[in-house]
Design a protein around this ligand. Structure first.
Ligand SMILES: NC(=O)c1ccc[n+]([C@@H]2O[C@H](COP(=O)([O-])OP(=O)(O)OC[C@H]3O[C@@H](n4cnc5c(N)ncnc54)[C@H](O)[C@@H]3O)[C@@H](O)[C@H]2O)c1
Length: 317
């Protein structure tokens, strides 16, 4: 793990950049909208919670726009991005933050299995993030490669993205999926100039954690303010934009394919250590063989797509 500290000197790199963010009405997303706006960004945010969103929009002025957008709806997300592109001319930073948890455990022994359970957590937290990534990358690709990069995609997962979380199995599956989305995209997105990073907040004082907040506090466990997690989103959006060698202290560059665990207001990068320690947890031989397979998949002109393979053969490549 590496402690990554926020260098506010990098905030200047966001001036006039255009940010699209999902779930910006309350909590972490709301703080992120405010921090991006204060850094001079133009922000378009979506949410289903209209009242606090409209209030935030009018508080922050004409550079911040709200559009109703159910993140689980592909057409809503298409409209959100199209609006941002048409109002502000381009999109530089995309944040998939919208999320929700259902606190009734569908796996409880006493629950009635004849009633189909809601899969809304998967639809919002995972399907929604996939939609944001797909449409967002389309717009990021349109940018002229400025200093080697086209833009940033920041995905908000959770501590439940990599740890056991009893009583929240569906939420946990959806948030593990968000790490999977980064790992599935990063190796091909990075050569295109798109940096994808993931935020995994631990307990953050928003309405999502009302049920556990008091007991947590009584035990003296570390807490995040929504502003702390929002700052880590801004950290990811600025990490690769520094000039004069300016970086966020601790950030291993290029800052892409990283996972930031946020605890007690601080950001810790954990993905590099997970990758580096693979020979320990997978075994040295297994790790070597796996590397060969990964190398083949990444470099030998192969494809999972049978049509692409056929086209390659026809073209003699
Ligand atoms: N609070 C925590 O401790 C914690 C921990 C780990 C991860 N997270 C994640 O952080 C993100 C932000 O959560 P938060 O803690 O600020 O909670 P929050 O409830 O204050 O914010 C979530 C936002 O997403 C919006 N939203 C919900 N469903 C939506 C939908 N279908 N379409 C569009 N917007 C929708 C909500 O209206 C709200 O504005 C979520 O992805 C959450 O899973 C939070």
């Amino acid at each position: 793990m590496v402690h990554v500290q926020f260098n506010s000197e990098l905030l200047g790199s966001l001036k006039d950049k255009v940010v699209v963010l999902t779930g910006g009405a309350t909590g972490i997303g709301r703080s992120a909208v405010i921090q991006f706006a204060e850094a001079g960004c133009k922000v378009v945010f979506g949410d289903i919670s209209e009242e606090p969103a409209r209030e935030l929009e009018s508080q922050l002025g004409p550079n911040v726009r709200f559009l109703f957008c159910d993140t689980a709806s592909y057409s809503d997300q298409l409209q959100l991005f199209a609006a941002a592109d048409s109002i502000f001319g381009s999109i530089d930073v995309v944040v998939a933050n919208a999320g929700m948890a259902i606190h009734k455990d569908i796996f409880e022994a006493s629950s009635d299995i004849t009633i189909e359970p809601s899969m809304k957590e998967v639809a919002v937290n995972l399907t929604g993030a996939i939609f944001t990534a797909r449409i967002g990358m389309h717009y990021l690709r349109k940018n002229k490669s400025k200093s080697g990069g086209k833009g940033d995609l920041v995905l908000v997962s959770s501590i439940a993205g990599f740890k056991e979380s009893g009583g929240l199995a569906t939420y946990t599956a959806s948030k593990h999926g968000v790490l999977g989305l980064m790992r599935g995209l990063h190796t091909t997105a990075f050569p295109e100039g798109i940096r994808i990073n993931v935020i995994c907040p631990w307990m953050t004082k928003t309405r999502l954690v009302k049920g556990i907040e008091q007991g947590w506090h009584d035990l003296g466990l570390p807490e995040n303010e929504p502003e702390d997690v929002a700052r880590s989103i801004v950290l990811c959006a600025t990490a690769n934009r520094g000039t004069d060698e300016k970086i966020h202290p601790g950030a291993k560059m290029p800052f892409a394919g990283k996972i930031l665990w946020i605890s007690g207001g601080q950001a810790y990068e954990i993905e590099d250590a997970i990758q580096a320690l693979e020979p320990q947890w997978l075994g040295e031989e297994n790790s070597k063989t796996l590397a060969k397979g990964q190398h083949y998949l990444a470099t030998q002109g192969t494809s999972w797509d049978a049509d692409k393979l056929k086209a390659k053969k026809v073209n003699g490549r």
